[in-house]
Design a protein around this ligand. Structure first.
Ligand code: BES
Ligand code: MN
Ligand code: MN
Length: 465
């Protein structure tokens, strides 16, 4: 960073952290309607901070779901524009009993990976801690009169539930959202001392299934053995969705998958990855996945299918002998470039209805989908991001393949013709979507510094183009 920026940063570092903690206190869980007013509060908090930071136009857009915060600072039509995207909604914190401190009472503790301390709270890493770095980097640049680009902010509240209402906002505001690049911090680094930039994200098809047997719950002794049990049936159906090589058995599932060349695969596998440490961290003896692929490939370039939840019958205390009427499951499929979420949803639906055993009825309800995305490593924006990370980490970042999904990335590309740079600073071990989610203070500050440098390099490289 430039000296003047460094001075401002040193003087305001503590406040930067305190503000994030205040934001983390707001339980902005998008999935639950009881948090509707918290969502509004979080949006208002962001508006206030963007205004104080120096944005010229700051607005809340109500949607049929949760509000979108939009802000901009246009300093010159001759300068490139960076559109920052982030999400202020968080995943539900349950199961609460597994948290060592309450999810919405941010607490700083040290961990072996974060000896400088980490903030424990739902959303600390995904994504409040990460998008807030952009607001602070923006403040730093504006207040030191070193902002080298025009900036637009679009911070939404429905990412964790599929970004349903953002699509129409983007379609209806194409002119307003014009930019040279989209910058997103919502992904992970390989490690604190091993910077990386995700160049792809997987897509998603998410659905729910309901299996119905008899028209009411039955005595499992009186009827058991003669009437199909929907939970047994559902388990059999789910078990049949992968073969012994862990390949998905839905016909035509792999038809559109792009296979990487041997060179691309070799390059991907050069990224540092410690399988023993990975297994140890997760408390597992073996990794399991599609035959013929490494762990990095299984999560980065291969599609997969997982049950996210399954229920039915009696799950209360003690025993109840019952042959239930219904069984349910939530199922997600992660998709890779060229797979179409709607097509996959349809293939699943047809297949699942076809394999239903006699004696049960099956209903499949689609939830949300997301397209996979890919970013090339030769764009000005990628090179600027790479240079910024190299400056702050002392090492060139490694291009990596992210296993998660950010629905808006493919939509931005389709609607605005813009690629996103995934300049993430979290760690996979930060517990995103898990109990005890946290974000390293080191990562937070490193992110603010790197983002400020990205703006500098992007403006410089853009001028030379
Ligand atoms: N930030 C994550 C996605 C992510 C995490 C990508 C780590 C790469 C590395 C995002 O908030 C997320 O959780 N997305 C959901 C998408 C969804 C609910 C439509 C996901 O991936 O499950
Ligand atoms: Mn996220
Ligand atoms: Mn998430």
């Amino acid at each position: 960073m430039q000296n003047i920026q460094q001075q401002y940063f040193t003087d305001h570092k503590q406040r930067f952290l305190d503000e994030l903690i205040a934001l983390l206190r707001i339980p902005s869980v998008s999935a639950k309607s009881e948090h509707k007013s918290d969502m509004q509060r979080a949006a208002e908090f962001i508006v206030e901070k963007l205004t104080q930071a120096g944005a010229d136009k700051v607005e809340i857009y109500p949607t049929a779901g949760h509000p979108i915060v939009y802000a901009e600072k246009i300093i010159s039509p001759d300068l490139p524009t960076v559109l920052v995207y982030g999400h202020y909604d968080v995943q539900p914190p349950e199961p609460l009993e597994l948290w060592h401190s309450p999810p919405f009472e941010p607490t700083i503790r040290t961990t072996p990976i974060h000896p400088e301390g980490a903030i424990f709270a739902r959303g600390a890493c995904d994504d409040k801690g990460q998008f807030y770095m952009h607001i602070k980097a923006f403040e730093l640049m504006v207040q030191t009169q070193t902002l080298p680009c025009n900036v637009k902010f679009m911070i939404e509240g429905e990412e964790e539930v599929g970004s349903t209402h953002l699509e129409s906002f983007v379609k209806n505001n194409k002119d307003r959202l014009q930019a040279e690049v989209i910058l997103i911090s919502d992904t992970s680094l390989i490690a604190k001392d091993t910077p990386s930039i995700d160049v792809s994200l997987r897509g998603l098809s998410y659905l729910e299934v309901e299996v119905t047997g008899p028209n009411r719950d039955l005595h499992s002794g009186v009827y058991g053995g003669a009437v199909e049990n929907p939970i047994n049936a559902l388990c059999q159906m789910i078990a049949s969705l992968k073969d012994e090589n862990k390949r998905i058995t839905i016909p035509h599932f792999y038809d559109d998958v792009i296979e990487l060349s041997a060179e691309e695969r070799a390059e991907l596998n050069q990224a540092p990855f410690d399988l023993e440490a990975y297994k140890k961290d997760l408390g597992i003896d073996e990794v399991v996945g599609e035959a013929g692929y490494t762990t990095l490939e299984r999560t980065g370039i291969r599609p997969t299918l997982d049950v996210n939840g399954i229920w039915g019958g009696y799950i209360g205390e003690g025993a109840k002998t019952v042959l239930p009427s219904k069984a349910y499951a939530k199922i997600s499929m992660r998709l890779v470039p060229n797979q179409h979420p709607d097509k996959i949803t349809k293939l699943f639906q047809e297949h699942f209805e076809r394999i239903a055993p006699k004696g049960v009825k099956v209903k499949v309800t689609p939830h949300h989908g997301s397209f996979p995305a890919y970013t090339p490593t030769n764009s000005t924006a990628y090179l600027a991001a790479s240079k910024a990370m190299e400056a702050t980490f002392g090492k060139k970042p490694i291009p990596t393949r992210g296993g998660g999904s950010i629905p808006i990335v493919a939509l931005f590309e389709r609607e605005l013709g813009l690629k996103s740079i995934l300049l993430g600073f979290g760690l996979d071990s930060d517990g995103l979507h898990s109990p005890n989610e946290h974000y390293g203070i080191f990562n937070y500050y490193k992110g603010i510094e790197t983002i400020s440098l990205f703006f500098k390099y992007f403006a410089e490289m853009h001028r030379k183009e």
